[in-house]
Write a protein that binds this ligand. Sequence first.
Ligand SMILES: [Zn+2]
Length: 339
Amino acid sequence: MTKKWHALFWLIALVSTCLHGEGCSGSCSSARSPQSADTSLSPIHAPVIPAPDPERLVQLVRAQLQWGPRVPNTAAHDSCRVWLLAQLRGIADTVFEQPFRANVYGRTYQCTNIIARLFPEQPQRILLCAHWDSRPYADEDPVTEHRTRPVPGANDGASGVAVILELVSLLRQSPPPAVGIDVVLFDAEDMGAPSDEKMFCLGSKHFATYMPLSPRPRYGILFDMVGDRDARFPMEYNSYQAAASVVERLWRLGKLYGGGHFIDQIGGSVVDDHLPLIEAGIPTVNIIDLELVGNSSPSARRRYWHTTKDTLDNISGNTLASVARVVLALLYSDTPFPL
Ligand SMILES: [Zn+2]
C-alpha cells in the first residue's frame, strides 16, 4: 500500500462512548463468551468461538518467507503460489486462480490472484482478503545500497495471508451459521513507485474489474500489516467512509478481543486493495497498522515499512491471533452482517 497524500484525519470516534463490555488485558481467550451487555455481540449460535493458534500463525508467516521475497516473475513467487494453492485446497470448497499480466514501468509480470470459497450454499457472503506479493524494491531503506533489494514482506504481505489461512482452517472445522466465506489473495499490490497510486493494487483492480464471484460478497475485510508485536490499528479513513457499521462492530469487538491493538480513532487514509473493491460496490474494511505506512512510528524498531527490515523478528503470534479472534467474534455473532 502507499500513503494517500492529500490529508490526514485524526478524529475521536464516537464508538468509544458506546462500549459496554469489559476491556481485555490481552490474555482473554476466544473460547469464552464476551462479557457484554450488548446482546448483538454475543456468539449465541456457537458454543465456543474457535481459538486461533499464535504459534501456528507465526509458522504460516515463516512458511511464506522460506523462498525469499514473493516478487512477481521470480521462482520464490511461483513456489509460494503453489504452496498457497495447496494450503487452500486442503480446507476450502473451491479454489481457483485468476491469472493476469501486469505491465509496470516497461516490464510485464505474470501475476495471479488466488481465490477460495467456503460454504458455497450460503447466499450471504463475506470476503476476506490480503496481498501475497512482496515489494520488488526496499525504497524506504535508510541504507542507500539496500534500496534496490526486495522487501522480505513478513508484515507487508505474509501477515495478512497467515491470518486468512488460520481463519479458513478454523471456519472449516466449525462453520459459522449462515455465513459464506470468500477469500482472495491479491497479487501485485506493492509494485508502484512512491506516490504513483495507479501502479499499486493491480491484483485487486483486476479482480474488481472481472469480478469472478457470484453472488458478490456483502462486504469485505482486508488484512495488511497485521502482525507487528506492538501493532496499532486505528480505523482507516476510507474504510470508515465506506463501511462505518462494520468498522464500528469490529472495533467494539476489538476492545474485547483485540489484545489492546484496536484503537478507537479514525486514522489516516491509505491506498490499498480495499479501494478497488469499494469502487466496485463491495464495502471493504482495511485492518492495517497505519503508522507503519510512511515510517511515522515513534518507535525506531517499527520504521521498517518498505525496507529490508520487514522480517519475521517483528512478528508476534499473539497480535496475529488477536486480529483473527476479533474477526471470528463478528462471524460467529448473531448479526455478522452489520450492512
Ligand atoms: Zn507495501
